[in-house]
Ligand binder design. Structure first.
Ligand SMILES: C[S@@+](CC[C@H](N)C(=O)[O-])C[C@H]1O[C@@H](n2cnc3c(N)ncnc32)[C@H](O)[C@@H]1O
Length: 351
């Protein structure tokens, strides 16, 4: 139980290691991080038996940027036949679980294993319920079984209120056929990630106004329009006719980095491919000068030192708002629909 397993986007194992190592040092949890390139997971192996639990208790899952899912536990070898008996025996060392998720890693090997997991889940669930190891209780920890192959599984636990919202941290979002581009799912995932569902009516209401910087062809604008908002779409490129026909979109062919609205708006979103420092400075100005209350912006990642650079930009944003004496909540995550980028959500609090 002394290992913390961390799911991440393949190719970002180094970032997951850097991130968890920084927090482990701050929480004085000793151990080492390791991650095989392209495996889509990393591990933090703690020197002490309760290290992984202390790390999870000392951190909120939401504050992690490159880590999509986590679980404390250990690896278990499985036989070709009767895997369930071996799992049941290993679970004697674990507390009873309140829910069960079977997971694979976001790699090609993982994709091939998902069918196995689908078939294995029902008989395993039945056996766990029968043995009293699974109680269907939201207050008990979630049992997360991450399969590396049919013969190797990480048996892990996480608090249901302090882990990913979806198995493997991957939301199953349906691409809306009317949306003009696939990146529409990025903004939809950002909302699911950063805004609790019960607050959507209030914080994403049809009474609101929004600005979409770098809007063409309109995947993000589509999401704002879908909520009923009046949107100013900024881009030199053409917007989809279907969006313009709604009558809710004003398209301005101007520079998204210098234009600001005459009246404050509720939302600003930005998906322009630019140096991340420039995008961060722009969103600081928008929120800081009161041009918008909430924002979702994409920060494109540099080639090297990706974790260090994101942390540096987030710190700079925090310092900027502190200097302006403003309270702003800042969250940042590499979403499933993000590639070489992370998504930031900012919200001005108070007046
Ligand atoms: C990744 S695309 C945006 C895709 C859009 N979010 C969607 O869902 O359809 C980036 C857009 O930013 C625009 N762009 C680049 N630099 C810009 C600038 N300085 N001001 C406004 N738009 C800009 C490009 O023309 C391009 O259409």
């Amino acid at each position: 139980m002394n290992t913390l397993l961390l799911h991440c986007r393949p190719g970002f194992e180094g970032e997951a290691c850097a991130e968890i190592s920084e927090y482990a040092a701050a929480l004085q949890v000793t151990g080492f991080a390791r991650g095989k390139p392209a495996s889509a997971y990393a591990e933090f192996v703690c020197s002490e038996a309760d290290g992984a639990q202390r790390l999870m208790h000392g951190l909120r899952f939401n504050q992690l940027i490159f880590i999509r899912q986590w679980a404390r536990g250990g690896w278990l070898a499985l036989p070709e036949q009767d895997r369930i008996s071996v799992l049941l025996e290993a679970l004697q060392d674990y507390p009873c679980a309140g829910s069960l998720w079977l997971e694979v890693f976001d790699s090609n090997a993982g994709k091939e294993l998902s069918n196995f997991c689908k078939k294995f889940e029902a008989p395993l669930r039945k056996a766990l319920l029968k043995a009293g190891r699974l109680l269907e209780d939201a207050h008990k920890p979630r049992l997360l079984l991450s399969f590396k192959s049919g013969r190797e599984v990480f048996v892990g636990l996480a608090e249901a209120s302090n882990c990913a919202l979806w198995p493997m941290g991957i939301p199953r979002l349906k691409f809306p056929r009317e949306a003009p581009s696939r990146s529409t799912l990025k903004l939809e995932e950002a909302w699911h990630t950063f805004i609790p569902r019960e607050q959507w009516d209030e914080r994403l209401s049809g009474e609101m106004t929004g600005v979409d910087l770098g809007a063409a062809p309109g995947g993000w604008t589509y999401q704002l329009v879908r909520r009923g908002m009046l949107v100013t779409a900024i881009d030199n490129g053409p917007m989809a006719e279907s969006l313009m026909d709604t009558g809710l979109v004003q398209h301005l062919m101007v520079d998204g980095f210098t234009w600001t609205p005459r009246q404050p708006v509720d939302w600003m979103v930005c998906d322009i491919v630019e140096k991340p420092a420039r995008t961060a400075a722009m969103v600081e100005r928008w929120i800081g000068e009161g041009h918008c209350r909430e924002a979702v912006v994409n920060l494109k990642l540099p080639m090297k030192q990706r974790y260090a650079e994101v942390r540096r930009l987030l710190e700079r944003l925090q310092e900027g708002f502190a200097a302006r004496k403003l309270k702003v909540s800042i969250a940042c995550k590499q979403l499933y629909h993000d590639r070489e980028e992370v998504t930031c959500h900012l919200r001005r609090l108070g007046r």
